[in-house]
Design a protein around this ligand. Structure first.
Ligand code: IPM
Ligand code: MG
Length: 360
């Protein structure tokens, strides 16, 4: 079959990690006789440099015309890059937010998983790691503080800024359903995270999640306050299966969860809407400090491509194949520098891509 993918290489290490993911996809295409067609799309700093804006309408249309979007990462060094001299709505990140909103990508899935082979990189003590952990952060992606009314005003010489956190019940219900659906395919547990002891938006969140939970009697669910969740993630990460939460809390908790695995360079993500369409990107950022040095870990992007095959193209077997290839390369002892440990063989970005492609 033929599949159309819009490719946003982006900034920093984006182009080199996407190149390796495409290398692996090409191998999959040959083995399973599919055709993956790519359309390059500019976003973030790369788009600012050419068009003066982080995302053009044409770029959005090119994504909409595809079956899925594969993305590297966007953004630069916020202290030194000229992109951050621009007004906020013209900076690289604004492009990503606009794309999420335009494509209605409300459901962000961020798996945080402890690889057996990489236990040594986990910063937690052995007794906390226990049997390991495997959780899915389900983050609402098109509402809340990121998209609420905001502004900065000066009154009587005093600058005041505000950002509003708004959710309606429909926005909460659709992400909650997604969270419970995913839990049904996993260990059937949902931890809904909020700040209901303070925020009205969280009290509505809790009420709607409780209603949705009634339709999933097999799923064990609980509510947890976000500050407690931040603590539990380092105290007992094994207790979590699906963590369901709003946009800002999900941004913060997903970084924490991925750091706890010790291998943020390994974690993929998917941003989905109501259809089969999705945007797939590594959970990590653009790491401008190491760009172009052939040391970035391409695995998170390669695994994001596997998620794309699974969720948007229904190619489960090929997705399994990529995941197996990654594990096999790790089992043979190959590591990029971020996950390197004693006695293993250090390889660069390109070689890691070659090794994984060779296993397909
Ligand atoms: C993420 C990133 C983005 C976010 C930034 C780049 C706008 O941190 O995907 O987690 O805050 O959502
Ligand atoms: Mg983030």
């Amino acid at each position: 079959m033929q599949f159309q993918t819009a490719v946003i290489a982006g900034d920093g290490i984006g182009p080199e990690i996407v190149r390796e993911a495409k290398k692996v996809l090409d191998k999959v295409a040959a083995k399973y006789q599919h055709e993956f067609c790519y359309t390059d799309v500019l976003m973030g700093g790369a788009s600012i440099d050419v068009h003066g804006v982080p995302l053009t309408d044409e770029a959005i249309e090119a994504c909409k015309a595809s079956d899925a979007v594969l993305m590297g990462s966007i953004g630069g060094n916020t202290s030194t890059s000229p992109w951050y001299q621009l007004p906020p709505e013209k900076r690289p990140e604004a492009g990503l937010l606009k794309l999420r909103k335009s494509l209605n990508l409300f459901a962000n899935l961020r798996p945080a998983y402890l690889y057996d082979e990489l236990k040594g990189a986990c910063p937690l003590k052995d007794e906390i790691i226990g049997d390991g952990f495997d959780m899915m952060i389900m983050r609402e992606l098109t509402g809340g503080l990121y998209f609420g009314e905001r502004g900065t005003v000066e009154e009587n010489g005093i600058l005041t800024a505000h950002d509003s956190l708004t959710y309606n019940e429909n926005e909460i219900r659709r992400i909650a359903k997604r969270g419970f659906d995913i839990a049904m395919k996993r260990r059937k547990k949902v931890t809904s995270v909020d700040k209901a002891n303070v925020l009205d938006s969280s009290r509505l969140w809790r009420k709607v999640v409780e209603e949705v939970a009634k339709d999933y009697p097999e799923v064990q669910y609980e509510h947890m306050l976000v500050d407690n969740c931040a603590m539990q993630l380092v105290k007992d990460p094994g207790q979590f299966d699906v963590i369901l939460t709003e946009n800002m809390f999900g941004d913060i908790l997903s970084d924490e969860a991925s750091m706890v695995t010790g291998s943020i360079g390994m974690l993929s993500s998917a941003s989905l809407n109501d259809t089969k369409f999705g945007l797939y990107e590594p959970s990590h950022g653009s790491a401008p400090d190491i760009a172009g040095q052939d040391i970035a870990n391409p695995i998170a992007t390669i695994l994001s491509a596997a998620m794309m095959l699974r969720f948007s193209f229904d190619l489960d077997e090929a997705a399994d194949d990529i995941e197996r290839a990654v594990k096999s390369v790790l089992a043979k002892g190959y590591r990029t520098v971020d996950i390197m440990s004693e006695g293993k063989t250090q390889v660069g970005t390109t070689q890691m891509g070659d090794l994984i492609a060779a296993e397909i």
